[in-house]
Design a protein around this ligand. Structure first.
Ligand code: T5A
Length: 213
């Protein structure tokens, strides 16, 4: 059955690690699974990702940043996510609409209602069936994220957001908690401070109850 699941949370909370583990788990059960990420997943999206994540000579302002994320999203939804769901695949997405609410709304201070409206326009109303927010202290997440960035061998340092202040990241984290309160049916918050294997088990339990039952 086609199902759309998104992974959300602050930098270094462990989304990518858990998405890959869930993919393997679902595939063992016979599902066809497609993993995508935002920003990215299309030719346009990957090119815009570079503009968004590498600190360059000219930083996008908050509004320009919002529209760049939404442009990537519109392209990803139309070219990749909708066709995959229509063909019966389960789609796992590393960040989606809630990242924009948390980062551009709560983090940057753009009007949160306007961000929801921009999301609606870019997705043409497509919403995840389930969203998993991996929650940990900002200090924990940033420590993990910086270790990953320092260990990377390519020249593309995607560190523009990691360089933001602790205050910014704490606003983002608080934003995610607000999102979860608003939509408890869709959004589940998971403790991301424990071991990778325990988090995976918690996610599998949720999937068994919500998706496979
Ligand atoms: N953004 C994105 C917006 O501002 N608005 C938007 O609308 C969207 C879509 C995207 C950036 O863009 C911003 C948010 C982001 O800043 P990204 O590449 O997706 O950039 O960046 P992150 O999501 O921050 O990617 P990270 O790789 O840093 O974080 P993950 O994916 O959450 O973490 P992961 O799984 O790669 O793990 C990081 C490290 O921690 C270890 C892993 O092994 C890895 O080394 N780890 C753990 N260590 C100990 N215990 C655990 N439980 C661990 N889980 C993972």
């Amino acid at each position: 059955m086609a199902f759309f699941i998104t992974f959300e949370g602050i930098e270094g909370c462990g989304k990518t690690t858990q998405m890959e583990m869930l993919k393997a788990y679902l595939e063992q059960g016979g599902a066809e699974v497609l993993c995508v990420r935002e920003p990215g997943g299309t030719i346009l999206g990957e090119r815009v990702r570079e503009l968004l994540l590498n600190a360059g000579d000219e930083e996008p302002g908050p509004l320009a940043e919002l529209f760049l994320y939404e442009a990537c999203r519109a392209q990803l939804v139309n070219l990749v996510i909708k066709p995959a769901l229509a063909s019966g695949k389960t789609v796992l997405c590393d960040r989606f609409i809630d990242s924009t609410v948390a980062y551009q709304g709560y983090g940057r201070g753009l009007d949160v209602k306007a961000v929801y409206a921009a999301n609606e326009l870019a997705t043409n109303g497509l919403r995840p069936d389930l969203t998993l927010i991996l929650d940990c202290a900002v200090e924990t997440g940033l420590k993990r994220a910086w270790a990953r960035i320092e260990a990377a061998t390519d020249e593309n340092r995607e560190d523009r957001f990691e360089k933001e202040s602790l205050l910014f990241h704490n606003r983002v984290r608080a934003g995610y908690i607000e999102i979860a309160k608003k939509e408890p049916e869709r959004v589940q918050v998971i403790d991301a401070t424990v071991e990778i294997a325990s988090i995976h088990r918690a996610i599998c339990d949720i999937i068994t109850k919500k998706v496979l039952s």
